[in-house]
Ligand binder design. Structure first.
Ligand code: GLU
Length: 463
């Protein structure tokens, strides 16, 4: 049997990390079994669905590396298909027209509640033989008795008595299908074998199984993954730093880091934390999905990101950093960025921070701001050392890290100084910061002319 999975976002917002994780699981399962991963936009809610969100979701899928098979499906373009299946249910007696108003239905629910029963529609129109007409909906005729049971990939066996289920609406008064109706038709028509989704949908599954049965469709395997919660085990919210995938992208996360992080947040393979995408495809078979809610841990995500950043080939990393520098107003070529990366990539936790750290190399000397802490090193002695060193550096026959380092050490020794009398003032002069890479590396990064310009400028600062 070919495994077919699908991701079915509603375009009512950007792709959030919870949805992103579901998409990754579906993608991995399909790729692991050499099957198909389909993407469907559930845009039947015309008031809340927006094209810009569809575009954003697709962009996030691409950024995460989740390619899909076949045509992208839009539910809004399939209304006729849903209606033909609704007609079939009406013809076979599995569905009926109902003209009860929302107020009447609410009153029925109230009566059930008052009796301590589950609030639901009381079946008033079941046998009235109504036909299509304005203000009418189509409802599913739930069997009088029986149980709906399924073995959830994540939660294990689940069983619900049909008496718990409502004669749900399949077609609204405006002719639109409801979520459960459209999903079942689509999952069937797309040949979906495994439905993996968030466990906010687990109560829909028995209802959907009723529809599969009424339509005579094969029932897929279901897996409901628990929600991601905050480190305090409360529902994940902005306060926990939980956001849309696109926001993590803007913050400078690497897609591999986010994928690795989200997969581990709900799935495990022993104690292993770091997985390449190929490894995930090889290992992810839908087992070992955790049924307990997973707690979001921003520090771990940061740690993973730093790991991936350090291990990205420098030419690729330079290409990734370039747009971040552009965003900060620096249009620089990738070769230049690449030359500076070795100094910073070991320490940076994200692309935005990395780009920010590099900006000091691209500012004109006059615009370099020297931070307060760095100013301390530019005291009278510091400025004196700078003016002497400027001359010596200028005369260096070759401007390499080794030559600069040798010159500085020789200078310190000859003049019985401590290195901290030259290193910190140079660093302050060169990049305006009290901390950072070795001064000889910084100078090579800046180039001779720019280094000398900055040293001279700092040496001449008046206090
Ligand atoms: N469109 C639904 C949602 O975004 C998902 C439906 C499903 O996966 O069955 O929550």
């Amino acid at each position: 049997m070919k495994v077919v999975t699908r991701f079915a976002p509603s375009p009512t917002g950007h792709l959030h990390i919870g949805g992103g994780r579901t998409a990754i699981f579906c993608w991995l399962l399909a790729r692991h079994f050499g099957g198909e991963f389909r993407l469907r936009i559930e845009d039947t809610d015309a008031t809340r669905s927006r094209q810009e969100y569809t575009d954003s979701i697709l962009a996030s899928m691409k950024w995460l590396g989740l390619d899909w098979d076949g045509e992208l499906t839009y539910q809004s373009k399939r209304l006729d298909v849903y209606n033909s299946y609704i007609d079939r249910l009406l013809e076979t007696g599995h569905a009926y027209w109902c003209d009860c108003t929302p107020e009447e239905v609410e009153a029925m629910r109230e009566v059930a509640r008052a009796k301590g029963e589950k609030p639901r529609y009381n079946g008033k129109c079941r046998n009235r033989g109504l036909t299509a007409g304005p203000g009418r909906v189509v409802r599913l005729r739930v069997p009088d008795e029986g149980r709906i049971s399924f073995n959830d990939m994540v939660k294990g066996p689940i069983s619900v008595d049909v008496s718990e289920l409502d004669d749900m609406v399949l077609r609204r008064t405006d002719g639109m299908p409801t979520y459960n109706m459209a999903v079942v038709v689509d999952d069937h028509e797309m040949g979906v074998t495994h439905v993996i989704r968030g466990d906010d949908h687990v109560s829909n599954t028995p209802k959907q199984i009723l529809l599969y049965q009424a339509l005579g469709f094969d029932i897929p395997t279901f897996g409901h993954v628990p929600m991601i919660c905050g480190p305090d085990h409360q529902k994940l919210s902005k306060r926990h730093g939980a956001r849309a995938v696109v926001e993590y992208q803007k913050d400078g996360l690497l897609p591999q880091a986010l994928v690795n992080y989200l997969v581990r947040l709900g799935w495990s393979h022993g104690d292993q934390e770091i997985f390449s995408l190929d490894e995930l495809v090889q290992l992810f078979d839908g087992k070992n999905l955790n049924s307990a809610p997973a707690a979001f841990d921003p520090d771990k995500l940061k740690w993973l990101n730093a790991h991936y950043l350090r291990n990205t080939p420098q030419d690729k990393l330079a290409a990734m950093v370039r747009p971040f520098l552009e965003e900060l107003g620096y249009s620089v070529d990738e070769q230049k960025i690449q030359a500076l990366l070795p100094m910073y990539m070991e320490r940076a936790s994200d692309l935005a921070a990395l780009a920010q750290a590099l900006t000091v190399y691209f500012k004109p000397a006059e615009e370099l701001v020297i931070e307060d802490k760095a100013m301390k090193a530019l005291n009278e002695d510091g400025r004196h050392q700078l003016s002497v060193l400027g001359g010596l550096i200028d005369q260096l026959p070759e401007f390499t890290a080794e030559a600069i380092d040798a010159l500085l050490h020789e200078y310190v020794e000859k003049n019985s100084l401590k290195f901290k009398q030259v290193g910190p003032p140079l660093r302050s002069a060169l990049i305006g910061l009290a901390g950072g890479p070795s001064v000889h590396d910084i100078m090579v990064g800046l180039g001779k002319d720019e280094s000398l310009k900055r040293i001279k400028r700092a040496a001449e600062l008046a206090f």
